[in-house]
Design a protein around this ligand. Structure first.
Ligand code: GLY
Length: 310
């Protein structure tokens, strides 16, 4: 199988390692890649967010599968463009990628699908923002509506800090989401989806704060581990049943089927399981921990998802 992998991070290095070690992979190109992927694959320097460049490369190399690592190319419609020329692509189209691209859209889909999540207010004015902060109270949870590379969320006991972040989000994107705080440990579950069927990988936990003892600003993620000895043994099954499958079914009902990786960011609260966020790609750094444990064939799994044969 000839595979084109898009991206340049540590996540893509982990994906490249799992793809390259499988005998089903006959050729692996990473675009643009990094020094780690250069050691195990061929790096080619294109812009992964430009659909025409990706389609040209995938066509030229005769790719059997395109795997999209980061969210930005997905939101830019790269997966749609690749599928339009008949090449299987692991990654959702632009409409389905809005599950990550807009927190407000994700909340709307969860409400329609009956998926448990924090109560939230979508604010478009400063008056709505201050009213929502007063309504939910501390700890304040303020989320940028659009993509922010994992850095758009502020959780703080300080109302002025929450207000400053909320104002900044409003000035950048026009919308900000204020949420009820979810207590309890967090977990990440990667669900491989083919538009109808969902297959979970092993749960992981990441740490998003910059400093020790869960202090400092949020980052995309400082480190991760898997397995989770403290989590219920049936966590993956529960998340598929209560979260991932209803969302995949809802996206199919809307005519925008979800093909790719549905990353379910979860809080295991005293009131039960709640969704913190969705991402539409492998998480970073959870991928590094989860794929190190994978015993089945990653190319076979991703190709089956991309061709509706999970
Ligand atoms: N580790 C969090 C993320 O990938 O968004």
């Amino acid at each position: 199988m000839k595979i084109l992998l898009l991206g340049s991070g540590a996540r893509e290095h982990a994906l490249a390692r799992a793809l390259a070690r499988d005998p089903q992979t006959t050729e692996l190109v990473v675009a643009p890649g990094n020094p780690g992927t250069a050691a195990i694959a061929t790096n080619l320097n294109i812009d992964p967010c430009v659909p025409e460049e990706v389609v040209a490369l995938a066509t030229q190399m005769g790719a059997d599968l395109v795997v999209v690592g980061p969210e930005a190319p997905l939101v830019a419609g790269v997966a749609d463009a690749v599928r339009d020329v008949g090449i299987p692509c692991f990654g959702p189209g632009a409409e389905a990628a809005r599950l990550e691209g807009s927190k407000a859209f994700a909340k709307e889909v969860m409400a329609a699908a009956g998926v448990p999540t924090a109560e939230a207010a979508v604010c478009t004015t400063e008056a709505e923002l201050t009213a929502a902060l007063d309504r939910f109270g501390a700890p304040y949870v303020v989320k940028e509506d659009g993509l922010a590379a994992g850095k758009g969320v502020v959780v703080t006991d300080e109302r002025p800090v929450a207000l400053v972040h909320g104002r900044a989000c409003l000035s950048r994107g026009g919308r900000v989401v204020v949420e009820d705080y979810l207590d309890g440990p967090e977990a990440s579950l990667f669900c491989v989806c083919d538009g109808a069927t969902v297959r979970p990988l092993a749960p992981a936990q990441d740490f998003k704060r910059l400093l020790d003892d869960d202090a400092g600003p949020n980052t995309g993620g400082m480190g991760a581990y898997s397995p989770l000895p403290w989590a219920p043994a049936d966590l993956a099954e529960q998340v598929v049943r209560e979260v991932a499958q209803p969302v995949v079914d809802e996206m199919a009902r809307r005519g925008t089927g979800f093909i790719g990786l549905l990353y379910c960011g979860l809080a295991l609260t005293g009131r039960g399981l709640r969704v913190v966020e969705f991402n539409v790609r492998f998480g970073d750094p959870e991928t590094q921990a989860v794929l190190a444990r994978l015993t089945s064939s990653l190319p076979e799994l991703l190709h089956a998802a991309a061709t509706g044969r999970l």
